[in-house]
Write a protein that binds this ligand. Structure first.
Ligand code: MG
Length: 742
């Protein structure tokens, strides 16, 4: 059997860290006969891969994402996937510019394409934007949990939790009608077919929104609408209410995931918050081709092209609004970046849990942490955050010392529940009726819509649901924890899922297990009560809550979600191990560039590797792989106990030094085991050399800090430069070389 681990190369901090860690991983795993194969999923590589005809022979790169998309269907797939950039339009354009400046003759990104060629170019680029990688690779359902070693450590050394007061004014605001939740319709297909989506306008004209969408028997299909006028009046009311209540204001979306719907909602937030400015300068904005969906930063960069006097006028009317309205939450105080500057800055799943951890407060423009109104327009999942916040007001902050753990099994396979993204969400061009038709043109569902409404559709394949229920049952049984399905019987889509869950549970014979089904709002209350008493529980959820809960609970339990194990149980038997959150990835690169100190924590990669090796041990009867895995798990405990994670401060241990310790502890554990003589001998020597040179290596690594660094590029840094900066210590490198050259 193929004993290979695929390792993905990505962007920013994870890519930098990998260039130091991967040589270690390669040398260690070679002793068990495992090869490591790299696949490049960086934004730069993905761009170059789709424009071969614009490049010279030498410049062309293979389409690694496409290859991996095939490989995930292989039963032997064993992939370690690092976080990559989910590119906003702004990031995409920056990357294109950088590549062009490096002699890659790729076309500009045509924001407003004219003609067929430009439209084709835009189409290729748009497929690279947002969460373009994960949907291709996630050919399975999701299994996420906190590793035992990490949980034990967190309970012993709890992170700080801000206290909660009953008088906290922090709250969630959601729409009560005319949002996706309240307009949802859902059907189950009785046979395989191809459906078509059309917009029948009031004047009789019909536009095809989606020509054909293949569907299978038993597939759930649903549609919903966010009505523009309702959304805008809701936002207007909430903005005024935040001012009245004297709280900060923050709109909570996930533009990188719901990449069609959420930027539109974000744009409405901007055009309403700054309504006075838009009223006064609407024409100028139109001339400048301003689209608020790209955020204030993009708007300002276009306004900056005007004459000084015009510019000043416009900016002063922005200032007027800032003075008059409720205060916005801030992303970066130094640069004055508000939460309306860049749509991809606002990530509901990360920002609300951190607010909960910080007594329900967020950062205001004067640097003070204050109570906040959290606007979550769609009401489907808002109750999860609402009830968590109310729970903290009633019971005080949760205590990480005693808190149980919430694992998650998430429905994700075959593009399940990919709401608001990709090819099934549309901004409606004019009033009429959206009709979903089957192959014989019979109407399956219809929604009446108006200009500017957002129509979204989503699908869930029956086989994905079956596998999801099976995985949930398997984990519940293995971990002896109750399983809670977070499904809302009042939602048409969830009602269909509930039927299927019940059907499958019957087939799986689960009398020995404790299984419940509850709507998200109730489920979160039940779960918080449960874990507060120190007990563990399994949440079995749809795709969106998979994303949200696997940040919410880890941030409450551990203070971070980067230490979660995230596994995709691929439908054909392979496994994909995903590593840590990338939220801090760009900031840490900035610090490295400024002061030569790099604090990306590779723990997520280490945890993934541990599982990946164990998987090889189990499925390929590779005893050495199992021993490597076990030793790495023990090394991780030691790593945590001795606090060898990178420090935040310059001239203290950074990522490179922490990799030294991983190698040292891993070698030590391998030298200390008695199951495999050969490994014991090899790593006895490695451990000894590392031990003997420890002071010297750590000193050399420290001396490399303190001065700014230049990577020779951001999206496509110079690989030799990166390698020499991330592996600057000759003594360390030569010990590693002697291991890999054996
Ligand atoms: Mg998430």
């Amino acid at each position: 059997m193929d004993q290979k681990i695929i390792y993905t190369i990505t962007d920013e901090s994870p890519a930098l860290a990998t260039s130091s860690l991967l040589p270690i991983v390669r040398a260690f795993t070679k002793t068990a006969g495992i090869t490591i194969e790299e696949k490049n999923l960086s934004l730069a590589a993905r761009i170059l891969a789709v424009f071969p005809e614009y490049l010279t022979e030498e410049q062309r790169v293979s389409d690694d994402l496409k290859e991996l998309g095939e490989f995930v269907k292989d039963p032997n797939a064993n992939i370690i996937k690092l976080p990559n950039i989910s590119a906003s339009t702004f990031q995409l354009i920056s990357a294109v510019k950088e590549l062009q400046s490096k002699g890659y003759n790729i076309p500009d990104y045509p924001e407003n394409p004219s003609g067929e060629t430009e439209q084709e170019i835009k189409k290729r680029y748009d497929l690279i934007k947002g969460s373009a990688v994960n949907p291709v690779l996630r050919e399975g359902n999701s299994d996420r949990r906190v590793p035992g070693a990490v949980k034990k450590f967190a309970r012993k050394h709890p992170h700080t939790m801000g206290p909660w007061s009953k008088d906290s004014k922090t709250h969630v605001a959601s729409m009560t009608d005319d949002d996706f939740y309240h307009t949802e319709k859902s059907i189950v297909l009785s046979r395989a077919d191809s459906v078509k989506v059309v917009l029948a306008a009031e004047d009789g004209e019909t536009v095809v929104l989606k020509e054909s969408l293949p569907v299978l028997e038993g597939e759930i299909l649903d549609s919903a609408v966010m009505r523009k006028s309702a959304l805008r009046s809701f936002l207007r009311k909430q903005i005024a209410d935040a001012k009245e209540k004297g709280v900060l204001l923050s709109v909570q979306l996930k533009a990188s995931m719901m990449k069609v719907s959420d930027p539109i909602i974000f744009g409405h937030m901007i055009s309403i918050f700054f309504e006075d400015v838009f009223d006064r300068y609407g024409e100028v904005f139109e001339r400048l081709n301003i689209n608020p969906e790209y955020g204030l930063e993009d708007m300002f960069s276009k306004i900056d092209t005007l004459s000084a006097s015009q510019r000043e006028q416009i900016y002063s009317s922005f200032e007027e609004v800032y003075r008059k309205q409720a205060k916005l939450t801030m992303v970066n105080l130094e640069t004055g970046r508000t939460s309306l500057h860049v749509p991809s800055d606002v990530l509901i799943d990360a920002s609300i849990p951190f607010a909960i951890k910080n007594s329900g407060k967020m950062l205001g423009f004067d640097g003070k942490m204050e109570d906040v109104k959290l606007i979550i327009p769609d009401s489907a999942y808002a109750p999860v955050y609402h009830n968590t916040i109310e729970f903290c007001k009633e019971n005080g902050a949760l205590d990480p010392k005693t808190l149980g753990s919430v694992a998650n099994i998430g429905l994700m396979a075959q593009k399940a529940e990919e709401y608001g993204s990709h090819d099934k969400t549309f901004k409606i061009p004019y009033c009429g009726t959206v009709k979903v038709l089957d192959g014989s043109e019979t109407v399956l569902m219809e929604q009446s819509v108006c200009e500017g409404d957002i129509f979204r559709m989503c699908q869930v394949k029956d086989i994905a649901v079956k596998d999801w229920v099976r995985l949930g049952v398997e984990r519940a049984r293995l971990t002896h924890t109750p399983a809670l399905f977070w499904l809302d019987e009042n939602r048409p889509h969830d009602a269909h899922l509930i039927d299927k869950v019940k059907e499958n549970l019957k087939l799986l014979n689960t009398d020995d297990l404790e299984i419940r089904i509850m709507a998200p709002g109730d489920a979160v209350r039940f779960t918080l009560d449960w874990i507060r008493s120190g007990k563990d529980i399994l949440s079995v959820t749809g795709n969106v809550l998979r994303d949200y809960l696997t940040d919410l609970f880890p941030i409450l339990e551990l203070g971070t979600s980067s230490k979660m194990l995230s596994i995709v149980s691929l439908l054909n038997g392979g496994v994909l191990f995903e590593t840590g959150a990338s939220g801090s990835a760009p900031m840490l690169v900035q610090q490295f560039l400024k002061e030569g100190h790099f604090q990306w924590n590779s723990l997520g990669e280490i945890l993934a590797l541990t599982e990946s090796l164990e998987h090889i041990g189990n499925t390929c009867s590779n005893q050495k792989a199992a021993i490597l895995s076990d030793a790495l798990s023990k090394a991780t405990q030691l790593f945590l106990e001795n606090d060898r994670s990178p420090s935040e401060k310059v001239n203290e241990l950074d990522t490179r030094g922490s990799h030294f310790y991983i190698m040292l502890y891993w070698a030590r554990m391998l030298a200390g085991q008695d199951e495999d003589e050969q490994l014991k001998k090899i790593f006895g020597q490695v451990a000894q050399s590392l031990e003997e040179n420890r002071e010297k290596i750590l000193k050399e690594l420290l001396q490399k800090q303190g001065t700014g660094e230049d990577l020779g590029g951001y999206y496509l840094p110079d690989s030799d430069t990166v390698s020499s900066l991330m592996r600057p210590c000759k003594t360390f490198n030569s010990i590693l070389t002697s291991l890999s050259d054996r």
